[in-house]
Design a protein around this ligand. Structure first.
Ligand code: UD1
Length: 329
């Protein structure tokens, strides 16, 4: 069963599981008004299911604290209701859509103090264009490093907090039921059917929507913030690999799901603009307080344990995305 089966990532997951010959049942508010938080719906739908791929969620950075109850209700309470129902119906396997946002800032090295964990950036620093975090010990500028799955958790916004809560709830469920839970920490997913421009959309969709409307992509900060843009069909294949892997009972295992080749937000804007013949991106110096500066993944664990490696490179993926149909939010 795929939750969120009508959504951006969920719909690609359904397609990849069907192509691999699996019998897929989709659960989605949009398809059949099936709310994850409704115990009766789950009691009807779970019998016969052997594995749940949980993609349904409220996504994005959100607008302000007024969003907190919705994030908590859909992502935390919804997952709790799902896990309890899986236990009632003896469904022993979960693949969870998690996110790199559970790490907060990426990993950083200080020339003097080695691996450090900078705190949230101060508005005063951002206001004067100082975007890179500094060493919490000496205040010197730090160098961004790749982040592994064992990095400390440090969620910096409501969405991140609820994704981390989902991981913890899934781990609780796995221990109590001897179930198997796999958390896939997606980096920046993009590709066909990505929901168009809303305050909750990822940056690739925001830029793509702007270009379609003939507006220049507005690149925040100095555009040099690094991300790992991973194509949605690769993410779907990662879900399939996790579902087909030998289950590890009694706990949760987490994997970075990334391309392994980071790019800056400015490079991404330029690639999309070039592909569509303009307008050229504008670097605005604006910032959002909940944003982290750099987050770049070490993709090695998924390769070693799930046999997953991304196949769609940045150039080919952005070329397709520049003209692909977007989805409805
Ligand atoms: C994004 C998702 C997050 C998801 C993660 C991994 C959102 C809002 N964020 O995190 O939910 O878990 O990928 O898949 O969906 N930016 C601009 N111009 C804009 C908007 C954003 O330059 O118009 C910049 C931001 O300042 C930031 C970067 O683009 O530096 C990435 O933003 P975004 O895609 O929103 O968030 P992520 O933190 O990368």
């Amino acid at each position: 069963m795929v939750t969120g089966s009508a959504g951006f990532i969920g719909s690609h997951v359904v397609e990849s599981f069907e192509a691999a010959g699996h019998d897929v049942s989709g659960l989605d508010l949009r398809d059949n008004g099936a709310d994850l938080r409704d115990r009766d719906t789950l009691d009807r739908r779970l019998p016969g299911v052997d594995l749940v791929v949980h993609q349904a969620a409220m996504v994005g950075l959100g607008v302000d604290v007024a969003d907190l109850p919705d994030y908590a209700s859909v992502n935390v309470y919804g997952t709790a209701v799902l896990l309890a129902a899986m236990a009632r119906h003896h469904v022993g396997r979960l693949v969870l859509a998690s996110s790199m946002v559970v790490y907060g800032e990426g990993a950083y090295d200080c020339a003097e103090h080695g691996r450090v964990r900078p705190g949230p950036r101060a508005a005063a620093d951002l206001d004067r264009g100082r975007f890179d975090p500094s060493c919490p010990v000496c205040g010197e500028v730090v160098r961004s490093a790749v982040i592994g799955e064992d990095a400390p958790m440090d969620p910096r916004n409501a969405y991140a907090t609820t994704k981390l809560a989902q991981e913890h709830l899934a781990a609780n469920w796995a221990r109590e039921t001897d179930g198997s839970a796999v958390a896939l920490r997606y980096h920046n997913v993009y590709g066909p059917r990505m929901p168009r421009d809303t305050p909750y959309a990822g940056v690739a969709a925001i830029f793509r929507s702007a270009l379609e409307a003939g507006r220049a992509p507005r690149v925040f900060e100095d555009g040099r913030q690094m991300r790992d843009f991973v194509h949605v069909r690769d993410v779907a294949r990662a879900n399939l690999a996790a579902a087909e892997a030998e289950p590890v009972a009694g706990g949760l295992v987490a994997y970075n799901i990334a391309s392994g080749v980071p790019h800056s937000v400015g490079q991404m804007a330029a690639a999309l603009a070039a592909e569509r013949g303009g307008p050229e991106p504008v670097v605005t110096g604006e910032y959002r307080l909940g944003d982290v500066r750099h987050i770049v993944a070490a993709p090695g664990r998924a390769r070693a344990e799930l046999g997953f490696a991304a196949e769609i490179g940045f150039e080919a993926g952005m070329k397709e995305f520049a003209t692909a149909a977007l989805g409805t939010p």
